[in-house]
Design a protein around this ligand. Structure first.
Ligand code: NDP
Length: 309
């Protein structure tokens, strides 16, 4: 079994990005700029935004944080989106999800100019991805594809089972891996990147275990700890665990003694201990898909800068 070390691969990619951005600066060009819009103070969102900003700063991407109160109206948020669409100094921006209940996420996402949509969530970018046109691919699917590529795990002709049909992970990753390949990534020929036979499963799927047992690659994005068990996995399969779940633990991971929250730990959707010995490759949680998602956002920002600045 080989661990797919997303943390390590993401560090390698960050070093590559830093080099590219340093070269831009040395050539007298302005550096790429990402804006991050955060509404309210959802603790998970605050942490995600902080990690994204840190990663940007590490590679030399300029980053602007726009914090709005959770009382902001949909119209006010839309006005901010239009302002960012029109600002030539901003190459890309994201609106951190989830948004407060009184704001329609789809209305907001649809208003983002697809050329600046570095989360790859606008209908325009999703449609382009579906049609195999150049697009900005959403961060987690892009990160998964890159992780497979960097470990030279081909998808062509393989049976990929995706558990989960969300707009941010399940659907786009399925689309990406089934495509006729048209992009090349470092270290891998374009021919090995798409062309998978993909099955998408969800909560109404019958006999999930039997379907999973026919998979060469299983991508689990359900948000359900321990969902993928060893009996569902064929020996030698590749397992990509997207899930991020906080579960109670006796092993305290709290960062400070002032932290009054109950002791929890992060786990994925895979029963890692029992699945790992059967797998050829498997991502850990944390340290697998998570770091790849963040680094994909940086790659998308540089892509937007290169294509449209
Ligand atoms: P959603 O809740 O939007 O979607 C979950 C999907 O999983 C749904 O399609 C649901 O089916 C399906 N599902 C849930 N339970 C089961 C089950 N028992 N059997 C089969 N299918 C099931 O989640 P997201 O896609 O947004 O996220 C999924 C997980 O990935 C979460 O834990 C999230 O935190 C994590 N995540 C991690 C990222 C990373 O960078 N590592 C990035 C994004 C998400 P149905 O449609 O029928 O309800």
């Amino acid at each position: 079994m080989t661990l797919l070390d997303g943390k390590q691969i993401a560090a390698t990619i960050r070093a590559e990005l830093r080099e590219e951005i340093d070269a831009l600066r040395q050539a007298g060009h302005r550096v790429p700029c990402l804006a991050v819009v955060i509404v309210g103070e959802n603790p998970a969102s605050v942490t995600y935004v902080r990690n994204k900003m840190r990663a940007c700063e590490e590679v030399g991407i300029r980053v602007e944080r726009i914090a709005l109160p959770d009382t902001v109206s949909e119209e006010e948020l839309l006005a901010e989106v239009h302002r960012l669409n029109a600002d030539p100094a901003i190459d890309g921006f994201i609106v951190q999800l989830p948004l407060p209940a009184h704001i329609n996420e789809s209305t907001i996402l649809s208003a983002i100019d697809y050329r600046k949509d570095v989360d790859g969530l606008t209908p325009e970018n999703v449609g382009r991805t579906v049609q195999g046109q150049p697009s900005i691919v959403s961060a987690t699917p892009r990160g998964i594809r890159e992780l497979l590529a960097r470990y030279n795990i081909p998808t062509a002709g393989k049976h990929v089972v995706v558990i989960g049909r969300s707009n941010i992970v399940g659907k786009p990753v399925a689309m990406l891996l089934m495509q006729r390949p048209y992009l090349s990534l470092p270290g891998m020929s374009a021919a090995s990147l798409g062309d998978a036979t993909v099955t998408i499963c969800h909560s109404k799927t019958q006999d999930l275990a039997a379907i999973c047992r026919t998979a060469d690659i299983i991508i689990v994005a359900a948000g359900s700890p321990g969902l993928l068990t060893a009996d569902m996995v064929r020996p030698g399969a590749t397992i990509i665990d997207v899930g991020i779940n906080r579960v109670p633990t006796t092993n305290d991971q709290r960062l400070t003694t002032n932290d009054q929250r109950p002791a929890t730990k992060l786990v994925g959707d895979v029963d890692f201990e029992n699945v790992a010995p059967k797998a050829a490759y498997i991502t850990p949680v944390p340290g697998g898909v998570g770091p790849m998602t963040i680094v994909s956002l940086l790659q998308n920002t540089l892509q937007a800068y290169n294509e449209h600045s």
